[in-house]
Design a protein around this ligand. Sequence first.
Ligand SMILES: Nc1ncnc2c1ncn2[C@@H]1O[C@H](COP(=O)(O)OP(=O)(O)OP(=O)(O)O)[C@@H](O)[C@H]1O
Ligand SMILES: [Mg+2]
Length: 247
Amino acid sequence: MKLEVQSVRKTFVENGQTTIALDDLTFSADAGEFVTLIGPSGSGKSTAFNLITGLTMPDQGNIILDGQRINGRTGLVSYMPQRDLLLPWRTIRDNVIIGAEISGQARSKAYQRAEELFPLFGLEGFEKAYPSALSGGMRQRAALLRTFLLGKGTMLLDEPFGALDALTRYDLQQWLLGVWERFKPTILFITHDVREAVLLSDKVLVLTPRPGKIKLEVRIDLPQPRDDSSVEFIKLQSMLLKALQER
Ligand SMILES: Nc1ncnc2c1ncn2[C@@H]1O[C@H](COP(=O)(O)OP(=O)(O)OP(=O)(O)O)[C@@H](O)[C@H]1O
Ligand SMILES: [Mg+2]
């Protein structure tokens, strides 16, 4: 699905103090496109995701999904929040079907759909394990499966690999590319890692410090799988890093 964010402004008032989190944020993601947002901490990346999911309302501007204005409408995109956690008292199987369960779907049906995807998500054999028995990478894959099972054509992933070691992160990046190539959802992705951004994305958007708006838009036209030691890769990576660092 095509997603458009048009001239969005969002302010927060807390203890009488006003914070402009986003000002005139405009960007789009085409159907099946992988778009990454990078920007300094506090530049409004998570705020933008909350607006797109409809959990909060913009003060100005519009969120458009396949041509329809969806400001404040929930349930249309799949969302994996920053620091997403599995519920420790539920098995992996019961964790990943939570979206279906909340929306009133029969458990048996939800289990069946999940079961088919356990191998692809590298979780086969762990259906009835509790989160504490899984490695960090597996827990992240379970959280991604839960997001995937929400079943919308658009997935919002807020720093899904932030807390992982480099090797696990690398594996999950390759794996996510596989899932994306197979199902072609529109993906909006947030990261602080420019290498990850160049490795995965069709397009990278750099946000300014607060109030966030798009400072630079870079198309990554390199074929997959990408070689992070190629000259083009390193050029793009340093261009993004420079944009990120300059004030
Ligand atoms: N509910 C809220 N109430 C008040 N201020 C908020 C709220 N949510 C976000 N903010 C403020 O809006 C700004 C943007 O926050 P946001 O979480 O979107 O940043 P971010 O780009 O996701 O940062 P990070 O990279 O650290 O995750 C920050 O100054 C934050 O303190
Ligand atoms: Mg954030």
